[in-house]
Design a protein around this ligand. Sequence first.
Ligand code: 5GP
Ligand code: ZN
Length: 135
Amino acid sequence: MKDCNCIFCKIANGEIPSATLYENDEFRVILDLNPASKGHSLVLPKDHYANLFEIPEDVLGRAAAVAKRVSTKLADGLHASGLNLVQNNGERAGQTVFHFHMHMIPRYESDNMKMSWIPGKLTDEDKDEILSLFS
Ligand code: 5GP
Ligand code: ZN
């Protein structure tokens, strides 16, 4: 399941060196090269899945457990006042590397991180359409 042209496959499997915070047989956690804040890190599965839609549920569950453990250590050790867990899928959503990854971004009183949207209003039409997908 390795994609030879994928940079995160190479990093996750140790073919390209990285600042590794944690590794097991299934995941590698690395520091982001262009951090949004001090401690910005990425959880990478060693197998290639392009995004949330491709990654199997059991692998995702274990990735989330790794993210929780590493996030806790980062937030405590760096005295962060919060932490965003971010996961982008598709170009429109800001994904630039098409190998599933989770961002752990510690937050501080003054940081350069912006994550905002203009709140809309849930319409009855949208609500009915969406609820019907799950009925
Ligand atoms: P995305 O926009 O796909 O959600 O996030 C990709 C992230 O990977 C970005 O935050 C970017 O800085 C990081 N990144 C891209 N290439 C490399 C690399 O070669 N090494 C590391 N450590 N991070 C990378
Ligand atoms: Zn890959």
